[in-house]
Design a protein around this ligand. Structure first.
Ligand code: PMP
Length: 364
């Protein structure tokens, strides 16, 4: 296969070439059954096999305990901003930790369904820090605490999830882990529910992953749509209605690829090394800056600015010429952003670092 460019998109994002090649080979005829995965009944034995394998492999990969249900849903992570309060809030108070654009959007959306209380916010630092859990102003009896464990736009990541019990709070923790799911292990003892859109680290858009603790299935509001009621989806093994079958199939190939890489610890080590390499190049240069506190820098989404913003178009055009794609930052913060999801190899990061140096030499 011809070598492909390196794609730094924040999502939908690059998928491992190995996975794409398997999907291409199996496109017309999956394992000799005469059908493409797209053409199969979701209730047939062939898709049943793919679905069961995907569930089992993801459970193994992320070491998800038995008392959590693993749901494959639709609607994206955005829809979960409404679906979570419909299922868990009972219309009562929910505490939000606001650390960037995505937790901000979650708070606003949830306000339609519950009382949203902002327990902590890092807006005063331009979302470049994380408020220490000991400083959070939690409500008396929140239905749950919501946070975004990796802010895709601002590039901040909780390297460790908070221990709510140590804060004297027994409410469940809900995390939006869309942009770093499957990039590192998760401490499930600290989590009540985790959700993620698939299109960054798990596969194509269209699939939404929800991992929910068994005891949280009993509290949905009666107005919650059936297809979005966790208990209903769980009781039907994610087959209450037609699931996004092709997206699940590609995700299952991604899970198998991650297991072949050595599992989540090995994947985390790769990601740590990649991020360190890029942050070092940014920090050592006189042209590029990253504003985020090093203690909470994301390993997945690395925003950076050129000190001379006039050079931005030339930077992006030069990057494209070198096969370094989709480096433009989110429009709300400007600048550049390199997303280093699992499918970005170290070679791609080294190619970007080399380009950063060359561009600085000619334009710095
Ligand atoms: N949460 C986070 C952290 C995200 O990065 C995104 C998408 N970029 C969303 C939620 C929204 O996801 P979707 O577009 O899949 O609904």
């Amino acid at each position: 296969m011809m070598s492909r460019p390196y794609n730094f998109s924040a999502g939908p994002a690059a998928i491992s070439e190995e996975v794409l090649a398997i999907a291409a080979a199996e496109m017309l005829d999956w394992h000799g059954c005469g059908m493409s995965v797209m053409e199969m009944s979701h209730r047939g034995k062939e898709f049943g096999q793919i679905h069961a394998q995907a569930q089992a492999d993801l459970r193994t990969l992320l070491a998800i305990p038995e008392h959590f249900h693993l749901l494959f849903m639709q609607g994206g992570a955005w829809a979960q901003n409404a679906i979570v309060p419909l299922n868990l809030s009972r219309g009562e108070t929910v505490d939000f930790v606001v650390t960037g654009a995505w937790s901000q959007k979650s708070t606003k959306e949830a306000q339609k369904y519950c009382r949203a209380h902002i327990a902590a916010s890092s807006e005063d630092t331009g979302f470049t820090t994380l408020p220490a859990p000991a400083t959070w102003q939690l409500s008396d009896r929140p239905a749950y605490i919501h946070l975004c464990s990796n802010e895709t736009i601002h590039g901040v990541e909780f390297h460790e999830l908070p221990d709510l019990r140590a804060l004297g709070c027994d409410a469940p923790l809900v995390i939006d882990f869309s942009s770093h799911v499957a990039s590192r292990p998760v401490d499930w003892s600290r989590v009540g529910l985790a959700f993620a859109g698939a299109q960054k680290n798990l596969g194509p858009a269209g699939l939404t992953l929800v991992v929910v603790r068994e005891d949280l299935l009993d509290r949905a509001l009666p107005t919650c749509p059936s297809a979005f009621t966790y208990q209903t989806v769980a009781q039907h093994g994610s087959m209450f209605n037609t699931p996004p079958t092709y997206a699940i199939y590609i995700a299952s190939l991604v899970f198998q690829w991650l297991l072949r890489l050595g599992g989540i610890k090995a994947v985390e080590a790769r990601n740590t090394a990649k991020a360190r390499c890029l942050y070092e190049a940014i920090d050592q240069s006189a042209l590029y800056t990253n504003p985020v506190d090093p203690a909470c820098r994301s390993r997945m989404n690395i925003p950076f600015h050129l000190r001379d913003a006039e050079l931005q178009d030339a930077f992006l055009a030069g990057a494209r010429d070198r096969g370094l794609l989709q480096l433009k930052g989110h429009k709300s913060v400007g600048g550049m952003r390199a997303s280093l999801y699992n499918a970005m190899p170290m070679e791609g990061v080294l190619a970007l670092v080399e380009y950063l140096r060359d561009f600085e030499q000619t334009h710095g």
